[in-house]
Design a protein around this ligand. Structure first.
Ligand SMILES: [Zn+2]
Length: 84
């Protein structure tokens, strides 16, 4: 595995969805069940969607965080592994 693939940030292209979906909340190691789509117009193009994933306990926290910054776009169930 390329170590660069594991680094967070804005270097990637297209919506990225971690294969091993672990909650994006700092310090949380729970499995994520929800995906939060967001966009920062100051650094992203309008079509760009960043994705955070969240465990049930943190989806509200992350949604609130994004909404308070006007970055939030959508919250949707995280597709299970069999989403082919
Ligand atoms: Zn969490």
């Amino acid at each position: 595995m390329n170590i660069l693939d594991m680094l967070p940030g804005d270097g990637g292209q297209g919506p990225e969805q971690p294969a091993d979906a672990i909650c994006s909340r700092k310090g949380c190691r729970e499995s994520a069940t929800m995906a939060l789509l967001w966009n920062n117009p100051k650094i992203h193009t309008a079509e760009r969607r960043k994705i955070w994933v969240a465990c049930p306990g943190h989806v509200e926290w992350l949604e609130d965080y994004l909404k308070s910054r006007s970055l939030w776009k959508a919250t949707q169930p995280l597709s299970p592994k069999d989403s082919a």
